[in-house]
Design a protein around this ligand. Sequence first.
Ligand code: HEM
Length: 81
Amino acid sequence: TSDLPVYTLEEVTKHRSLDSGVWVTYKGGVYDITEFVAIHPGGDKILLAAGGALEPYWALYAVHQQDHVLEILSEYKIGVL
Ligand code: HEM
């Protein structure tokens, strides 16, 4: 079980800019990736997913289907849906 807080999708959608924070969801997890945006190897494209789900974008950019990418993502987990 997880001790992380539970967030609604509505709360996640409020975080889609560097000012308000950049949150994304992935497989039921909620991630605050604000600090990662500037170091993302794919640049500003990452902001397309801001406030919503990563899955549609990671389906398009298969470079993310690697364990080391999931390890990076896991560092930014703040909650669950
Ligand atoms: C590349 C992480 C979201 C587009 C990468 C790489 C990492 C990464 C680690 C390099 C992978 C490698 O070469 O082994 C992440 C994380 C994300 C995220 C942790 C979310 C928290 C996105 C989104 C998009 C995107 C939403 C597109 C809308 C790209 C592209 C590359 C890339 C195009 C290839 C860059 C290149 O090699 O020229 N990402 N990414 N990423 N990412 Fe992301």
